[in-house]
Design a protein around this ligand. Structure first.
Ligand code: F6P
Length: 367
């Protein structure tokens, strides 16, 4: 039996390049004679039965557009479905509805574009009989088994531009500028943008920092006559012995924890310890919005076209992945084994240290 009807959904937080994947899947699928159903608002649409057929026209002219034409949600986990009874939130399992809709729509395969949360949900749905092919998405770049996720390059581009802009105002006012970037429990965005933007201090979750070492770097620059400093902090960074800063807990989300706020703590402490005037910028969702970079458009298109080839060959249960300069695929169960964090002794960190960047922990990076 040939694969004739496929569904496609975008799960979790959005990122630039989702539309490029949708286009990369749909165009060749239609060319191969398949019908493509676009499921709306991620897994929420699979449970609630929200979908529409995608035509060539729907996916034309969208490669450069940010967000997702299908909509997304991080509250639609079929196995962890929040029901608000007016007094409290009760978590229910709605996976039977997801299976019912998948079967009712006559799907042969579902393409899931998402991060680790979506790949976890996919592996559970596969156990209930769904055929799934995954596409790795996230600005955080923390999905295991692929060298890169699409969306990361665009987020680093935005964060780098922000650092460039902070540089000029920092230099005019002789201030310390702290910028907090996203990334959850991984430091990839802070590391990429910090190196590209020439940050003086980069703080990432993988290297818990010492307040004294952060202050020392800023004071050292000041005594050398450099009258400003740029500190790039990942939202998941924390001082040795300290706690990660949580902005909010929301039971309705698949992952209830919303990070954010470490930047303010870092800014306050630097000002106290150095006496230098400090300002804090939290970059937030600007990193997720807008057009994908050319790199992400190409990567997303390569992922999408490869995903439909994998589906057509009925290699279900695979997630497409970048390995070196090749697009390949790996079992979804391997991709969710662990998170891809920044290795502390990697070349990127060494590179940054060689050009004088501090990671706020001289012991760990004191090679
Ligand atoms: O996973 C992508 C991401 O942007 C993280 O970097 C960030 O912590 C989180 O999503 C923010 O989620 P939300 O859009 O729900 O606030």
């Amino acid at each position: 039996m040939k694969v004739k009807r496929i569904g496609i959904l975008t799960g979790g937080g959005d990122c630039p390049g989702l539309n490029a994947v949708i286009r990369g899947v749909t165009k060749p699928a239609i060319e191969m004679g398949m019908t493509v159903l676009g499921i709306e608002d991620g897994f929420e649409g699979l449970v609630e039965g929200k979908m529409h057929e995608l035509t060539n026209r729907d996916v034309s002219g969208i490669i450069n557009i940010g967000g997702t034409i299908l909509g997304s949600s991080n509250k639609g986990d079929p196995f962890h479905w929040p029901v608000d009874d007016g007094e409290k939130i009760v978590i229910e399992n709605k996976s039977k509805l997801a299976v019912k809709n998948y079967k009712g729509w006559g799907l042969d395969c579902l393409i899931v574009i998402g991060g680790d949360g979506s790949m976890h949900i996919s592996s559970q749905l596969m156990k209930l009989g769904l055929n799934i092919v995954g596409v790795p998405k996230t600005i955080d770049n923390d999905l295991y088994g692929t060298d890169l996720t699409f969306g990361y390059d665009s987020a680093v581009f935005v964060a780098t531009e922000a650092i460039d802009r902070l540089h000029t105002t920092a230099s005019s006012h002789h201030r310390v500028m702290v910028i907090e970037v996203m990334g959850r429990y991984g430091g990839w965005i802070a590391l990429g943008a910090g190196i590209a933007g020439g940050a003086d201090v980069i703080l990432i979750p993988e290297i818990p920092f010492k307040w004294e070492d952060v202050a020392e770097k800023v004071i050292e620059r000041s005594t050398k006559g450099k009258r400003f400093s740029i500190v790039c902090v990942a939202e998941g960074a924390k001082p040795i012995g300290g706690q990660i800063v949580i902005q909010e807990k929301d039971k309705k989300r698949t992952d209830p924890i919303r990070l954010g706020g470490i930047g303010h703590l870092v800014g306050k402490k630097i000002e106290e310890m150095t006496g230098l005037e400090t300002r804090v910028t939290i970059l937030g969702h600007l990193q997720r919005g807008g057009s994908p970079t050319p790199f992400d458009r190409i990567l997303a298109t390569r992922f999408g076209t490869h995903a439909i080839e994998v589906a057509a060959k009925k290699k279900f249960g695979q997630m497409v992945a970048l390995k070196g300069d090749k697009i390949t695929s790996i079992p979804i169960k391997d991709a969710i084994r662990k998170k891809k964090l920044v290795p502390v002794d990697c070349q990127m960190i060494r590179t940054a240290v060689r050009v004088g960047t501090s990671f706020g922990n001289n012991e760990i990076t004191g090679w």
